[in-house]
Design a protein around this ligand. Structure first.
Ligand SMILES: Cc1ncc(C[n+]2csc(CCOP(=O)(O)OP(=O)(O)O)c2C)c(N)n1
Length: 583
């Protein structure tokens, strides 16, 4: 139980008079949950909470975004770099519905976020009142939990539950909708108790030792074991445990896009990225391994390609905290249901110390082939026109692989995730599951607040930038340090690539005109530069990184460059192609 000493600037109520408003109870809950930053946008139905915030703004920082979608993506970016739960305020009706994309994004990418929305007075519910939306029904499938509060006395317990659910087990978004009367209502405040148990909710199962033993036995008898890991390693704060397991077992390992950075990219056993635009070796050899060890990943279709051609020869061990993932897409031989921070050390204790030089050599051989056919030309192009890959390669050099890299969605995202070097965990911030264009700029703002000690670079396409560029206003006002790198191919590149490869080059509405981005940034008080030549690349990136504050750099890249390798949709992972000619 927290003490009754309230954190507001105004006089603390005496022990006799312990009544506070519902709004104050919301803010006290946030403080008790160690929240330091809120991303939000006010409006009629949430005005009492904003009114209370007036007295709390020296303990709770509020970042006024320019659109509620920006608030939730910022909270997601914050959560992903800080490891804490992001917090959002929005009003009812359009404020709440503007959160929908971000909630869906946070749900599929397991990002802990608590959204607090204002709602019309309880007596008006169901009357089509001004700015009334049934946000509970709208957001039910895209939240881990949601709840409507109509009485202030419920607020402390509802928020305690919200933070517990959002951050425990497999994390996710929670939405608490609070009617205006409940925000205004005075009630007897008995303090705030954090929640650590809910009947019928088991975020952390008791690990079944026999399954860990079976998994170890399979691994110990394997000739060609292969580890594939996902974001679960990062969300479970199990990077160290994972590295120890990896190094003792000697098994080659590949990452999903969401798992990138859990161990340094250039770790000798790290054999590349999985999936549609991942590396050649890990995709092909998924279908040659004898034991596939999946850790904190969910066999997304972008990773598996056609399921009936996926790892059919392999025995599958699946370590996951969420039991609904086990057997969902890929039949598991040994399920290890549990928190990988717990299960990995148990497994490490039982696996034999081994090396697999020949098997690892096969990955290296495939990498040589990929270098010869794709990577060398992407990173050191023979032509005059810049490629996305070479931009990221120079960025790696200048940041030493220590930057937080936030990507939007499209070709630049795939190229960045393929070529960016990550020395540190919580560095790769991207919309993996939902593929939300417009994610990167606001997520980068949140990422910078989540870890202000590191450089945050947002890599964005010319299309996606135009979806949420209003958040330049947030940067102008609050001055988070965000480096904005626009890779401008003058197309909605990823869709154009598909139209070229699979729709007979019938380019249907992918030719997108852009404003002068440098002038746009200038209008928001953010300096910028635009380049198109190789000789300017390193200097311009350096200028961006060295600038004290946010900076926008636009780099013109090849208009019709494609991202390869590629597992064409509907094909198996081993049918990955290295060039257009192979499709
Ligand atoms: C909100 C949203 N709308 C549409 C799409 C479909 N989509 C995926 S990639 C892409 C093109 C992105 O173009 P751009 O931002 O210029 O990046 P590029 O692919 O050129 O790097 C589109 C339209 C999406 N992912 N998200």
């Amino acid at each position: 139980m927290e003490t009754l000493e309230l954190k507001a600037k105004k006089p603390t109520p005496s022990k006799v008079d312990t009544s506070i408003s519902g709004s104050e109870a919301v803010l006290e809950a946030l403080i008790a949950e160690q929240v330091d930053t809120i991303f939000g946008y006010p409006g009629g139905a949430i005005m009492p909470i904003y009114d209370a915030l007036y007295d709390y703004n020296d303990v709770l920082k509020h970042i006024l975004v320019r659109h509620e979608q920006g608030a939730i993506h910022a909270a997601q970016g914050y959560a992903r770099t800080s490891g804490k739960t992001g917090v959002v305020f929005a009003t009812s009706g359009p404020g709440a519905t503007n959160l929908v994309t971000g909630l869906a994004d946070a749900m599929i990418d397991s990002t802990p976020v608590v959204c607090i929305t204002g709602q019309v007075f309880a007596h008006l519910l169901g009357t089509d009142a001004f700015q009334e939306t049934d946000v509970i029904n709208i957001t039910t499938p895209i939240t881990k939990w949601n709840y409507q509060v109509t009485d202030a006395t419920e607020i402390p317990a509802a928020l305690a539950k919200a933070f517990y659910i959002a951050g425990s087990g497999r994390p996710g978004p929670v939405l608490i909708d609070i009617t205006k009367n409940a925000q205004m209502q005075m009630f007897d405040y008995a303090g705030y108790s954090k929640c650590n148990h809910i009947r019928s909710y088991r975020p952390k199962p008791i690990v079944r030792k026999e399954y860990v033993e079976q998994a170890a036995a399979l691994i110990n008898s394997a000739k060609k074991p292969f580890i594939i890991w996902g974001q679960g390693v990062i969300l479970g704060r199990a990077e160290k445990e994972f590295k120890t397991f990896l190094e003792k077992s000697g098994i080659p390992a590949a990452w999903t896009i969401m798992g990138a950075g859990a161990i340094p990219t250039d770790h000798p056993q790290s054999v590349g990225m999985l999936g549609m635009h991942g590396n050649y070796g890990p995709n092909v050899l998924t279908n040659e391994c004898d034991v596939l060890i999946a850790i904190g990943m969910r066999f997304d279709d972008r990773v598996t390609g056609r399921l009936d051609k996926y790892a059919k020869q392999a025995k599958v061990i699946h370590l996951d905290i969420d039991p609904s993932e086990i057997d969902k897409n890929v039949k598991t031989t040994v399920p290890v249901w549990g928190d990988c921070k717990e299960t990995l050390p148990m497994l490490t204790a039982l696996v034999q110390e081994k090396v697999y030089p020949e098997w690892l050599g096969q990955f290296n051989d495939h990498m040589e082939l990929e270098k010869a056919k794709v990577i060398n030309e992407e990173l050191n192009p023979s032509g005059e026109i810049l490629t996305m890959g070479e931009v990221i390669n120079v960025l790696n050099k200048l940041t030493d692989g220590n930057a937080i890299v936030v990507t939007d969605v499209g070709q630049h995202q795939m190229v960045t995730c393929r070529y960016a070097k990550f020395n540190l965990s919580k560095s790769n911030i991207t919309s993996g599951g939902l593929g939300t264009m417009g994610y990167a700029l606001p997520a980068a703002i949140g990422a910078a607040y989540g870890d202000p000690t590191r450089t945050t670079v947002a890599v964005i396409g010319d299309g996606g930038f135009q979806m949420t560029l209003q958040e330049l206003g947030t940067i102008m006002q609050f001055k988070p340090n965000v480096k904005i790198l626009i890779l401008n191919n003058q197309f909605l590149g990823m869709v154009r690539q598909w139209q070229q490869l699979f729709h007979a080059k019938r380019y249907s509405f992918v030719d997108i005109t852009s404003p002068d981005f440098v002038q746009v940034a200038k209008g928001f008080g953010i300096p910028g530069n635009s380049i198109a030549k190789r000789e300017d690349l390193e200097g311009a990136l350096k200028q961006m990184l060295d600038h004290d504050g946010s900076f926008l750099l636009e780099v013109f890249v090849g208009k019709e460059n494609n991202v390869f390798p590629m597992v064409p949709q509907g094909r198996g992972v081993a049918e990955i192609v290295l060039s257009r000619e192979e499709i």
